[in-house]
Design a binder for this molecule. Structure first.
Ligand code: GLY
Length: 349
């Protein structure tokens, strides 16, 4: 194997969590649970109890009453986008290294196999709604940066300040801790912890009673990123993929790794080849570890999947018995949090 350059090393080890990728790729963690009864319609999102209920409930209301599946998943995603308490999606998301919030989102609609996305979009609280307009009101699939903002304004969206006080204070603390050699002094309340630099995101996937699928992925991306950095979320096939004959998948976590394996497309392709949603999510996590062989793994990625019949899967690279990967499901059996599998225990800090 080619020697790793210092740059390669830095690219994968900066966060300080270290875990060898050389071991066998066995599933180490699985929370005990009964297999779910696949039912249609159904909506899933890549969160647990708290956000799962908030997001899935409005989506379920639309699906239960026979509404459109794309309307349903977007209605769910917008709940998080508009909530300033979530610092990884939409309004209130953590900003880039210059203190500007830049949002990424994608949508995909199974019946038409059409999709739309926006990346590095500033000043608009609901990028998923803009991504939908890119799909429905342009002949393009992705708009970025200033072009995406102009497009949103043309459609009547309001230009707003997305940086909340909570997010600004976290950014300032990160910035003041960056270096001992610049003129920003460390804050009185101590060191910035790497754990405070998340890549939170949300995927919402749905299937209606007829088996039509749709999905949305939305995020503020990696906190304190280089301006213009685009993760996996707006990239169709990476952060989201929907195939109306098979199912849908979405990814959260370190987007760069998901892009490298075309993660969500990989999950759906595995389901097309006969793998269960659970197996497909696990194999995507293993694939990321495989392409990182010989490197340190200091990040996490998680995949969720929804098959056309309503069966679901969820897996991550890192987890623990207390913090397994989760997805929230709402179907005719009600609301459930599904706990999935993981490859490695979180490293002890
Ligand atoms: N998965 C979100 C991101 O990396 O931007």
């Amino acid at each position: 194997m080619a020697q790793l350059s210092r740059r390669d090393f830095l690219k994968v080890s900066a966060a300080g969590l270290t875990l060898s990728a050389a071991g066998p790729l066995a599933i180490v963690g699985q929370a005990p649970r009964e297999p779910i009864r696949p039912r249609r319609p159904a909506v899933v999102c890549s969160r647990g109890e708290y956000w799962g209920r908030k997001v899935n409930e409005p989506a379920w209301e639309i699906l239960r009453s026979g509404g459109n599946v794309l309307d349903a998943v977007i209605k769910g995603a917008v709940v998080v986008e508009l909530d300033p308490e979530d610092t990884s999606v939409g309004y209130g998301g953590l900003p880039n290294e210059e203190g500007e919030v830049e949002l990424d989102a994608s949508v995909m609609y199974g019946p038409t196999h059409n999709c739309g996305a926006v990346a590095a979009l500033r000043h608009i609280k609901t990028p998923s709604l803009v991504a939908r307009l890119v799909m429905e009101r342009t002949d393009h699939m992705m708009l970025v940066g200033k072009g995406a903002l102009k497009f949103a304004l043309a459609h009547g969206f309001k230009k707003e300040n997305l940086l909340t006080e909570k997010a600004r204070l976290q950014w300032l603390k990160w910035k003041e801790n960056l270096s001992d050699e610049d003129d920003w002094l460390p804050p009185a309340d101590g060191k910035y912890s790497e754990g405070d630099r998340p890549t939170g995101t949300i995927n919402v996937l749905g299937v209606d009673a007829d088996g039509n699928l749709a999905g949305v992925t939305t995020t503020s991306g990696l906190a304190f990123k280089i301006p213009g950095r685009v993760g996996d979320s707006p990239i169709i096939g990476a952060g989201l993929y929907v195939d109306n004959e098979v199912g849908a998948a979405g990814a959260t976590g370190r987007g760069e790794e998901v892009i490298r394996i075309c993660g969500s497309f990989y999950v759906v392709s595995l389901m097309r080849a006969g793998k269960t949603p659970q197996e497909a999510c696990e194999l995507a996590c293993k694939r990321i570890v495989e392409v990182n062989r010989g490197r340190k793994i200091d990040f996490n990625d998680k995949f969720i999947a929804l098959r056309k019949d309503g069966q679901v899967g969820v897996a991550s690279i890192l987890g623990s018995p207390d913090r397994p990967p989760e997805l929230a499901l709402w179907n005719e059996d009600g609301f459930q949090v599904i706990r999935g599998t993981y490859l490695y225990e979180y490293p002890k800090s």
